[in-house]
Design a protein around this ligand. Structure first.
Ligand code: SF4
Length: 423
């Protein structure tokens, strides 16, 4: 899908505080004293107030009209209600907000006063990090809740008028089996939530469980993590079962009832501008002014809380040339079930630039990784399981274009998108 270049902004606010650290977590989040919360919110407010001047210095557009706000982290519902009110007061003072407003919450960590504060602040969507409805799996991965807690929170949210809820599940938790995965899927469907995110466990050096899996240890139950094949089967089963229940896949990891797709996350995949504020938060903003081939600025804030709080590290920035944007258009667009429309890309980037990628798409279609009808490319089920390999092919196609003489630039910071900014 080509970039949908509107004049509105998505606003992402990172709140990196958690009550405990999950074993599989690879986000810039942690357990910090509540005393840090106030200072952190002050810094968020300072950054929002300074964002217009910052964008002006860099020469990028910063629309004032905001159509999605997303508080992710971390566990934003751990903030004191008073701080949440102040934060939303600042958001509304700096921007014109008529938006889908999502806040991430952890089950069992949503006090009544916070629920009231969320409703009072105009929040209209909640993302609940259940990860599993099976008690032993949730507890074993460091979550502090059980199934009854998740279900009670869902009822409370509904009762408070917050029915637009996403529930996260992870395929690949230690101790998970095909039968227990089925139990989680049925519980999610039974809850009636209109949106689900299903992630396959990521194994990397940035989580305790990932390090243990790589090193062969036992403390975080690495030996009980299902095989790659079993995780892939669980993922495919989720696509099938959720689809049967009317919660259709619209993106590699995201499923919704019609009309309940995450407006905020669609911005990332459609390459629409967003401003990220807070620890490790990323932004994507377009060059200001009338240019036939505008560059795009990506920036990423420090992931070091102390440096963020004292303002000692400026965000890293990188300019994306049209060739790089074209490359992103493929690997972000292919994440969506709607796929990539080549005519739209040609209108945006020119036929000559798109042609090598079309050849790549044709080749991947022959390999069974893409569906290609001559106009639109979509991942097949196998392509979704091997999506990183597919995306790499498009990086290579665009890299060859750069070598033929496009302007040199720093590598994009896209890999640093965080938490709900993860794609
Ligand atoms: S997974 Fe989410 S709730 Fe768990 S430690 Fe990481 S940021 Fe916090």
């Amino acid at each position: 899908m080509a970039g949908d270049h509107d004049n509105a902004l998505g606003l992402y606010i990172a709140v990196p505080f958690c009550r405990s650290k999950c074993t599989y977590c690879n986000f810039a989040s942690g357990v910090y004293p509540a005393g840090e919360h106030g200072r952190y919110v002050e810094r968020l407010m300072e950054d929002m107030a300074a964002a217009g001047a910052w964008a002006g210095r860099l020469g990028v557009d910063l629309p004032r009209r905001v159509d999605s706000v997303y508080l992710g982290g971390g566990t934003p519902s751990l903030l004191e209600p008073e701080l949440l009110k102040r934060l939303f007061g600042a958001i509304r003072a700096e921007f014109d907000v008529d938006a889908e407003i999502t806040v991430e919450c952890a089950p069992g960590q949503l006090p009544e006063a916070m629920l009231e504060a969320l409703v009072g602040a105009g929040v209209n969507r909640v993302s609940l990090g259940a990860q599993s409805f099976v008690d032993s799996e949730a507890r074993g991965s460091g979550r502090l809740h059980d199934r009854a807690t998740v279900e009670a929170d869902l009822r409370r949210l509904h009762g408070a008028g917050l029915a637009n809820v996403n529930v996260d599940l992870i395929a690949g938790l230690a101790g998970q089996t095909r039968a227990s995965w089925e139990e989680s899927l049925e519980a999610l469907i039974g809850s009636g939530v209109p949106h689900a995110s299903v992630y396959m466990l990521e194994v990397d050096e940035d989580s305790r469980l990932g390090r243990e899996l790589l090193a062969g240890g036992a403390r975080y139950r690495a030996g009980l993590v299902p095989s790659d094949e079993a995780i892939a089967e669980m993922y495919l089963r989720a696509i099938e079962r959720l689809g049967e229940a009317g919660v259709e896949q619209y993106e590699i990891s995201n499923f919704s009832r019609a009309g309940c797709e995450s407006r905020h996350n669609l911005r990332y995949w459609r390459r629409r501008p967003y401003l990220g504020v807070g620890l490790d938060a990323s932004s994507m903003l377009r060059e200001a002014g009338e240019t036939s081939e505008p560059y795009v600025l990506r920036s990423a804030a420090t992931a070091d809380l102390k440096a963020y709080l004292d303002g000692s590290e400026a965000p890293e920035t990188a300019w994306l040339s049209p060739a790089r944007q074209h490359e992103e258009a493929w690997f972000l667009g292919l994440r969506l079930n709607a796929g990539v429309n080549v005519a739209a890309l040609e209108a945006e980037f020119g036929r000559e630039r798109v042609e090598p990628a079309v050849q790549t798409a044709e080749r991947l279609a022959e390999d069974g990784l893409l569906d290609w009808d001559g106009g639109t490319a979509r991942l097949t089920a196998r392509g979704r399981l091997l999506s990183n390999e597919v995306f790499q092919e498009f990086l290579e196609a665009a890299g060859a274009q750069e070598d033929r003489g496009a302007s040199p630039e720093a590598a994009p910071a896209a890999g640093r998108l965080t938490h709900s900014q993860t794609m």
